[in-house]
Design a protein around this ligand. Structure first.
Ligand code: SAM
Length: 245
């Protein structure tokens, strides 16, 4: 039976020193910017209601907030260490009332929303962390809560369908992590990120590109588009069809 439980992979050192992720994975910032740029182009003139999954310390949230001054954003994360940092980084927008941060897991947060109540669901580097069965439920819920014409913007690590090429990329990534963490003398963090990577790459978690696109189509999204891909770092946009389409 597939496991659907919620996991907490960002407690401890990884969460406390999350900013160092930018050193080993600069694509997080680049792809988060692209998530914002995609929101910027969505339905100009319609102030978007955005639901963000796994806001972490607020890198993707910041990009969304800058992209659309008319957006109101509810962002959820189930890790208090990460949310605490987001509260500090995003204090200005919290005060302005444009942003709401909620401590809950993605599935529970989505389940609390009515049908067709959200314009955009956005996320950066979150869904690859999920157990496969949990992820499928999250995607179904995203479809349910989106309004027709609404979009799901997901910037994330999508494993290459060519498994040999994928393994090579991950091996290169691990080599780079050893070099980078050695330079700053952080073997403790290196250990934590390697352990984390084992989880991401495990059979229960790994998020491969083509099966992910096929699953989103199967639950009704159309079109489902890869807007950017560099190695595993991918920007995917899936639209809930408008009524009558
Ligand atoms: C790699 S971080 C990305 C954070 C942020 N989007 C960014 O760009 O920095 C992944 C975040 O997802 C959160 N997360 C993981 N599983 C979650 C779940 N089931 N529900 C809500 N948040 C989750 C983690 O706590 C973490 O803050």
């Amino acid at each position: 039976m597939q496991k659907t439980q919620v996991e907490r992979l960002f407690s401890g050192l990884i969460g406390m020193e999350y900013d160092l992720l930018k050193l080993i994975c600069p694509a997080v910032v680049e792809i988060s910017q692209k998530v914002g740029e995609t929101l910027a182009l969505w339905n100009p003139g319609k102030p978007p209601d955005v639901f963000e999954i796994g806001c972490g310390t607020g890198i993707t949230s910041l990009s969304l907030l800058h992209a659309r001054k008319d957006a109101s954003i509810t962002a959820v994360d189930n890790e208090p260490t990460m949310l605490g940092q987001a509260r500090q980084h995003l204090a200005l927008w919290l005060e302005q009332g444009r942003l709401r941060l909620v401590e809950t897991d993605a599935l529970s947060g989505l389940r609390a929303l009515p049908d067709t109540s959200v314009d955009v669901v956005a996320s950066g580097y979150v869904t690859h962390n999920f157990l496969q069965a949990y992820r499928e439920q999250v995607f179904k819920e995203i479809y349910r809560v989106l309004k027709p014409g609404g979009i799901f913007i997901n910037g994330d690590r999508y494993a290459l369908d060519d498994t040999i090429a994928h393994t090579r990329l991950i091996q290169d990534e691990v080599r780079y992590w050893f070099k980078t963490f050695a330079e700053i003398g952080r073997h403790d963090l290196l250990e934590q990120w390697i352990v984390h990577l084992f989880s991401d790459e495990s059979a229960d978690h790994i998020m491969r590109l083509q099966p992910s696109l096929a699953y989103l189509k199967q639950i009704g999204f159309d079109p489902v588009e890869v807007r950017f891909q560099e190695g595993i770092n991918t920007l995917l946009v899936a639209e809930k069809p408008r009524l009558g389409e």
